[in-house]
Ligand binder design. Structure first.
Ligand code: FES
Length: 160
């Protein structure tokens, strides 16, 4: 029916009926799916703590495209038919080990208090899905939505 929402989260199909259209993707992931790796900091698109990766098909070419989004700004209804990857989907819960991005961030002491770390990881993950050898400019653009202060450390970990 038209009230059913269907999307994929970390590779698993998820179907739900009658979602409140005011629900954001970030709160849905955390409260309904208990995927609390996606953090809510500012809840208004400013900090990047809620970053997840969306994958869908480009309307014209049909090619699969990946991009990072602020899940706190995104209505969950807008991911109908799309795939969402959260930090749980790339790291230890699913694969029993850290993703190389997580490993290097930890090794370089790049997480500070850790609250914004999942968002950073997902922004870097989406970047590397699109550009396995990113330029400094591409790294800049990919991380501009995340806290600026930790950017240098992130640069360091990506280039290691
Ligand atoms: Fe700060 Fe989403 S919680 S950008």
């Amino acid at each position: 029916s038209t009230t059913r929402l269907t999307f994929f989260v970390n590779g698993k199909k998820h179907e739900v009926d009658h979602v409140d259209p005011r629900t954001t993707l970030a709160s849905y992931l955390r409260n309904q799916m208990h995927l609390t790796g996606t953090k809510i900091g500012c809840n208004e698109g400013g900090c990047g703590a809620c970053t997840v990766m969306i994958s869908d098909q480009a309307p014209e070419s049909g090619a699969i495209q990946h991009y990072s989004v602020n899940a706190c700004l995104m209505p969950v209804c807008s991911v109908n038919g799309k795939a969402v990857t959260t930090v749980e989907g790339i790291g230890s819960l699913v694969r029993q080990r850290l993703h190389p991005i997580q490993e290097r961030l930890a090794k370089a002491h790049g997480s500070q208090c850790g609250f914004c770390t999942p968002g950073f990881i997902m922004a870097m993950y989406a970047l590397l899905r699109n550009y396995p050898q990113p330029t400094e400019e591409q790294i800049d653009v990919a991380l501009q939505g995340n806290f600026f202060l930790v950017k240098l450390l992130s640069l360091f970990t990506i280039n290691q």
